[in-house]
Design a protein around this ligand. Sequence first.
Ligand code: S3P
Length: 173
Amino acid sequence: MIQERNIVLIGFMGTGKTSVGKALAKKLKRPLMDVDRLIEEKTKRKIKEIFEKEGEAYFRKIEKEAVNEVSGSRGAVITTGGGVVLDPENISALKRGGVLICLSSSAETIFKRVKNSEKRPLLNSEDKLAQIRKLLSERAPLYKVADHQMDTDRQTPEETAVAIMKLLEEDAP
Ligand code: S3P
């Protein structure tokens, strides 16, 4: 596996990026960088609060700065927010130093994982499942930019981390 390249996890909300990222960083003994956590540190606010008080456009601006910052690292596991793919410049920055892996799950699984979460302002809707389906279909083409796709529907985060390690070993020149 190429040691210095970042391993970047992208994918829709609730596909397991955070838990898979943690498992992967632990197994590979690599630093973990989470774009949403970095945004919260920079702004000293929770993501939900940023959306409520400043709006999505402001969040995307800070997200872009945070993406540029983490993209400069080497050998890290980087986890991103589900909307990182909305700006193609984010993807170019992340791809420059890293391999992109997109985690995916069905709308039903995502719904089960996020239905009680208060942390996702974009799913703050009467019909969460319908909102997930709508956003998923809008974003599906954008997630295709990843170097690899990985379905997390029937795998634990540990199993997904092992599968990613295998994938990257096979991929190494
Ligand atoms: C977002 C996903 C969230 C967070 C923000 C916006 C999105 O991250 O960045 O609420 O646009 O899909 P997770 O994917 O970690 O939930």
